[in-house]
Design a protein around this ligand. Sequence first.
Ligand code: MTE
Ligand code: MO
Length: 440
Amino acid sequence: MTDKPSNNHSKSSGVPKLFDLYSSDPAAADFKIFGRVPDQNRRGFLKGAGLATMGAMLGAAIPFSKNMPSGLVPVALADTAGIIEGKDGLTILNDRPVNAETPPHLLDDTITPINRHFVRNNGVPPEEVNVDTWTLTIDGLVDKPMKLSIADLKSKFEVVTLALVIECGGNGRSYFNPPAKGNQWSLGAVACSEWTGVRLKDVLEAAGVKSNVVYTAHEGADTHLSGDPEKLPISRGVPIAKAMDPNILIAFEQNGEAIHPMNGAPLRLVVPGWPGSCSQKWLTRIWLRDQIHDGPKMTGTAYRVPNHPVEAGEKVDKKDFAIIERMPVKSLITFPQTGLETTDKDMIVRGHAWSGDRDITSLVVSIDFGATWQNVKLDKAVNTGAWQNWSTQITFPQSGYYEVWAKATDSNNESQPHAINWNPKGYLNNTMHRIAVRVS
Ligand SMILES: Nc1nc2c(c(=O)[nH]1)N[C@H]1C(S)=C(S)[C@@H](COP(=O)(O)O)O[C@H]1N2
Ligand SMILES: [Mo]
């Protein structure tokens, strides 16, 4: 590789050659990552695929193949296939509700492009949204309940633009053992787009927060999978002190454009550094309450972890769960892509690091399975709430198989663990990211 270190994480030149991490048979490898769709054109491809190809992808012959209607896509392959308009390169985990993550090498940019921002839906997004008639209600324990249009938000409050990290609380769940139920995110339920909007704090202050307010409650216009109009798919909130964080936005633009429909157009909350579920999409209401909000996905074990250390697989009493607040220290290697095959012993490695609402103070990488570490160049965040870029040059001593590991430390001196901190629902996995490189 001859790539120069780049602070702005500009697109890398040339297409890296990837070795197959799983087997020498590409179709079989595709099956090994069953439930992940490396290629968005797969549905189309499958429609035209012959039996031998489908058999290879399924990892087995199809005994009753003579009964299969022509053009039938085996459900084992079709369930995860699909295309989300305006997104590309994402791995689709589910299509009802839609959930899609971004492979780490497609998160190389400092500001995540709209087409690369992951999608996490709990219900069905609103079909049609009208920017001109959309309203946001602020009510509950406020002096002046308000109903604001997007034009009102823009004219009555200061408009700010911030790069902000949104990470799903369940990012990394697929690595839990014993496994945890839920979307099997690997590493890519995280993004840092630039959001333009008004500060939640300014809007709440204009409404007048009563002294007995404890928590916010957020509501959106998406509908429950059951179709029941009375039920919200998700409604979470944050403690009122957190709601006053000046980096929390009520956003109407993503990267200077209209928000992508799957990312909450035309209006959403962005609560950087806290579980993505706090960042209500298709935002219609913020209700101030005198108790911890108890909306859907606020109670039970949703977005909660045991309040004491537990063994992997241990049964935990429901009363011992605490609401997740900040997301932990974490980093990604976004260049090169795992599986890189190279003849060059010198290589640039780079990525991002973030830690809830704290700064990253150092990042180290290892090419010898953690025996030795080297410090890397770490940039400041473009603003509070954004991730930080890091990059370094590494030199492999000889040809062979290597893993590059990255480990970040934050301003509270917390580092990423080597092994998973297991919890029953598979939240907060911040183990080090490892990539494979073969030098020949
Ligand atoms: N209205 C609404 N808001 C929502 C959700 C949802 O299903 N409905 N999902 C939440 C979750 S769990 C996450 S991780 C983030 C994901 O934001 P994104 O889809 O824009 O990446 O949105 C949050 N806001
Ligand atoms: Mo999430």
